[in-house]
Design a protein around this ligand. Structure first.
Ligand SMILES: [Zn+2]
Ligand SMILES: [Zn+2]
Length: 190
């Protein structure tokens, strides 16, 4: 998966651990506390974080979004609680079938989510857990991209303890609110 997503806000401006960030930014972040960065080992047995992120990437392949395929997996004690990917509600036409206003209008990444028929991967993840009566408290949620602010607020109230993401996403408020809520934030380098 290509992690170099163009962003309107530079990673330095809002302190993200992004591919291409300067070492200065990285060390500043490490000192700031909660955000950690993990390298992906090549050819070796995957770590648990790498293992569940890979499953999130497989979930993303089911996505019907025209803009970006995203997957999410909720895990507690190495047990998968739920999975999700972005797309229209079950049984309804997908953006891939009827088009997406955001794509048609060329709306930038991270803006005007409400114009899309789709639910975000993290939203579908939380809904799947709710449908099946599975609590997500203290779970770790693996997201193929950093969650947006709407999903972040939902994850906070679902009492998720940790969010691990891979690709960056231009949403500074999401990042700040997760930090404010004490949700541990980790990034797996792609
Ligand atoms: Zn759409
Ligand atoms: Zn979202």
């Amino acid at each position: 998966m290509n992690g170099s997503i163009p962003t309107a806000i530079s990673c330095l401006a809002w302190g993200m651990l992004a591919t291409g960030c300067s070492e200065l930014s990285r060390s500043a972040h490490a000192q700031a506390g909660k955000v950690s960065s993990m390298g992906q080992s090549s050819g070796e047995r995957p770590s648990w974080d790498e293992y569940f992120m890979e499953i999130a990437r497989v979930a993303a392949k089911r996505s019907t979004c025209l803009r970006r395929q995203v997957g999410a997996v909720a895990v507690r004690n190495r047990q998968i609680l739920a999975t999700g990917y972005n797309g229209a509600p079950a049984g309804l036409a997908h953006c891939s079938e009827v088009g997406c206003v955001r794509a048609t209008l060329g709306i930038p990444s991270g803006e005007r989510h409400e114009l899309c028929r789709g639910l975000h991967a993290e939203q579908n993840l939380i809904i799947q857990a709710a449908v099946h009566g599975v609590a997500m408290s203290d779970a770790t949620v693996y997201c193929t991209f950093q969650p947006c602010v709407v999903c972040s607020k939902m994850l906070i109230n679902a009492k998720v303890a940790r969010v691990v993401f891979a690709g960056e996403y231009p949403d500074r408020l999401a990042y700040e609110m997760l930090q404010e809520a004490g949700v541990e934030l980790s990034r797996i380098q792609q």
